[in-house]
Design a protein around this ligand. Structure first.
Ligand code: ADP
Ligand code: MG
Length: 292
């Protein structure tokens, strides 16, 4: 390889908001045939908001919301932030939290005002011995609309379900169309529920979905595709995407994402949208053609 054309390519990329961290990433980009893409924060804005509060067991909307929000205050998770924002929007006073723990990819649990509170996926509540069947139909309907359903348990019983909706980034559709036109296979990867993920994938024309993937297993999906002989780019923004970014042939972080993701990636898209990915691929093709 001629370092000079690579240097020029890296410089050109920087002008377009494509930060190349290692030269290999730029070299490999033209050979990529599969894009694994994180849903939340990469395809979507990653700033969900609470759109509905459904209650069970005789609780009121505000009771459910303010206990859940009190617990979620200490979490950085976008879903947690949305719950807190909704409680603030409703001017709810948040009770005292005496215990809080946030199992990754599952939710939050702790004590608020002396009450035991759990907030998270249906599976997380079930793991803790809380029946969620009463809310199954409600939750499934919300998911089919593309919302994430978050369950809230109060003192061991189901208290409510929150619907959280996230908007698809304006640039996502065009970026995916450009990548598909170049023959790329696109796989959505998410920790979110399969119904929600499939609903959003459907809007974007994505037919391959890997959902309900726990954070520490995201890299396994990338490794499996590589073992099948695919040349894989992984695009993500979160702390939980970092191992998958590192496992890919080319890791691509969103500039809007976490530092850990950026450090694990070979390329960072400063504008945080996927149109940069198609441009990075074109740039790679030009650089490599120069070298050959
Ligand atoms: P994603 O891949 O969509 O960013 P995560 O792996 O972070 O998702 O989380 C997977 C699922 O775990 C979420 O869809 C949600 O159901 C639940 N979850 C994780 N963290 C929290 C939290 N702090 N509050 C509520 N639910 C959470
Ligand atoms: Mg994400």
């Amino acid at each position: 390889a001629t370092p000079m054309s690579i240097m020029v390519g890296i410089g050109r990329g920087a002008q377009e908001g494509i930060l190349v961290r290692n030269a290999e990433a730029l070299e490999r980009m033209e050979k990529v045939d599969t894009l694994v893409v994180d849903k939340t924060g990469t395809l979507t804005e990653g700033r969900p908001s609470v759109t509905q509060v459904r209650t069970f067991g005789g609780y009121g909307e505000d009771d459910v919301l303010c206990l859940a929000a009190a617990l979620e205050q200490a979490s950085e998770h976008p879903l947690a932030r949305a719950v807190v924002a909704e409680a603030q929007r409703r001017d709810l006073a948040l009770g005292e939290v005496t215990e809080a723990d946030f199992p990754t990819g599952k939710g939050a649990q702790g004590q608020v005002e002396g009450r035991r509170v759990l907030v998270g996926s249906a599976g997380f509540l079930e793991e803790n011995g809380i029946a969620t069947d009463a809310a199954s139909e409600t939750a499934e309907a919300l998911r089919k609309d593309g919302a994430t359903a978050i369950f809230v348990a109060l003192d061991g019983d189901l208290g409510g379900v929150l619907a959280l909706a996230d908007t698809v980034k304006e640039s996502t559709s065009d970026a995916l169309a450009a990548l598909r036109a170049e023959g790329l296979r696109v796989v959505m990867l998410t920790g979110d529920n399969a119904t929600t993920a499939t609903a959003i994938a459907g809007r974007l024309g994505i037919t391959e979905v890997e959902a309900e993937v726990l954070p520490d297993r995201k890299s396994e999906v990338v490794e499996r595709l590589r073992a099948e002989g695919r040349v894989v780019a992984m695009a993500g923004d979160g702390v939980n995407d970092a191992p998958a970014l590192a496992a890919a042939d080319v890791g691509i972080a969103m500039g809007s994402g976490s530092d850990v993701a950026i450090e694990s990636a070979g390329i960072t898209l400063l504008t945080g949208d996927l149109t940069g990915l198609a441009r990075a691929r074109t740039l790679s093709g030009k650089v490599m053609a120069n070298i050959r």
